[in-house]
Structures are given as structure tokens and as C-alpha cells.
Design a protein around this ligand. Structure first.
Ligand code: GAR
Length: 193
């Protein structure tokens, strides 16, 4: 594995709310020579987010932002993004909806990973809904964030077969494993133009 120093890479912030397994995979990807991004900042709305440990392990700056007042929270985040010269935001299990104002005020790209084959199953409980509808496939999507929930331009998707024995949990696990590969691939696709 070739490691790079992280200089001249696109400065990226990852937003998380929970486990942060996508954050971990993005950090590992960012350390590869072929990666166009470096991860410089982790933002969370949840001080108990398990994923914060990856910031400690990899010595990446972390900011916990209280979302009781969304307007104030987003102003604080925008300041942090500016201060750290962030050019790309990757939402990775970030469970807050960013306002139109935030999206237009951030002068870079915002990407999101979503656990369904968009445009199917925007929002929450995607695995449960795919199972209830007896879908044969579900999957994950990386898309650009716009002001409508889970509706921006799709960059890449990966299909995952649903088996009869699948439960929301087993499906979530299978899809999450694919998410860890899809997010780096989508970033490579966007920046290899
Ligand atoms: C992932 O499955 C991600 O796609 C999903 O939350 C999980 C976070 O896992 N995101 C959403 O549902 C956003 N609407 P992680 O914290 O281990 O990366």
C-alpha cells in the first residue's frame, strides 16, 4: 500500500452521527496515493458518536456541534469549514437534514451516501421498506446533495441481492459493506475528470 503525505489533496470534512464505519473507510482511502482527498475535519451532532474514535486514532480534528438550534449550528459549521479551507463535505451517516441556506452557502461540493437504490426509499428505514415491498434488490447510492432530501445527482450505485432470509439488520450489514467500497469509488469518479 502506497501512502501519501496528504499535501495538495482536496480538503474534506466528514459529517457523522453514529458508528462512523464509512468515516473509517474514507480515512483509510484518503491515505492512499491514488486518493484525491485528505480528511481534515470530522463534524458530528452527537457527542456520543462512536465514530469520533477514528478522529482520535488518526489525529483528525473533531468538532461536536449542538443542533438544538439548527440555524446557530449550521453557522458554526460553516465557520469551521471556512477556517479549515474545506472544499468537500462527505455526509456519512449524518442524521440531520442540512438547510438550503447551508447548502448554498458552502462553496464546495457536498456528497451523501444513502442505504437504498435512490430514487427508491428516500429518508429513513430503507431496509425495512425494501423488505416489506418484497424487492429483489436493494443497495446504496452516492449522490450530490441538493436542497431536496436524497434527491441530488447520482454519482454511483451498487446493487445488493435480497435473500428470503434477510432481516433489516442482515440487509443493513450487507449494504454497509458495499458502502465502504462505493464511497471511495464515487470520489475517484468525481475527481478523475
Ligand atoms: C449507513 O448505512 C449510511 O448509508 C446511513 O447510515 C449508516 C451509517 O453507518 N445513512 C443514512 O441513512 C442517511 N440518511 P456508519 O455510521 O457506520 O457509516
Amino acid at each position: 500500500m502506497v501512502l501519501s503525505t496528504g499535501t495538495n489533496k482536496i480538503k474534506t470534512a466528514v459529517f457523522i452521527s453514529g458508528t462512523g464505519s464509512n468515516l473509517e473507510s474514507l480515512i483509510k482511502f484518503s491515505k492512499l496515493n491514488k486518493s484525491p482527498i485528505s480528511i481534515n475535519l470530522i463534524i458530528t451532532n452527537n457527542k456520543l458518536a462512536k465514530g469520533l474514535k477514528h478522529g482520535t486514532i488518526f489525529k483528525i480534528q473533531k468538532k461536536i456541534i449542538n443542533f438544538t438550534n439548527k440555524n446557530v449550528a449550521e453557522k458554526k459549521i460553516l465557520l469551521e469549514l471556512k477556517k479549515n479551507k474545506i472544499e468537500l463535505v462527505c455526509l456519512a451517516g449524518f442524521m440531520k437534514i442540512l438547510s438550503k441556506n447551508f447548502i448554498t452557502n458552502f462553496k464546495g461540493k457536498i456528497l451523501n451516501i444513502h442505504p437504498s437504490l435512490l430514487p427508491k426509499y428516500k429518508g429513513l428505514n430503507t431496509h425495512q421498506r425494501a423488505l416489506e415491498n418484497k424487492d429483489k434488490y436493494s443497495g446504496c447510492t452516492v449522490h450530490i446533495v441538493n436542497s431536496k432530501l436524497d434527491s441530488g445527482k447520482i454519482i454511483l450505485q451498487k446493487r445488493v441481492k435480497i435473500l428470503k432470509k434477510d432481516t433489516p439488520d442482515s440487509l443493513a450489514k450487507k449494504i454497509l459493506a458495499q458502502e465502504h467500497k462505493l464511497y471511495p469509488k464515487a470520489i475517484l469518479k468525481i475527481f478523475s475528470l
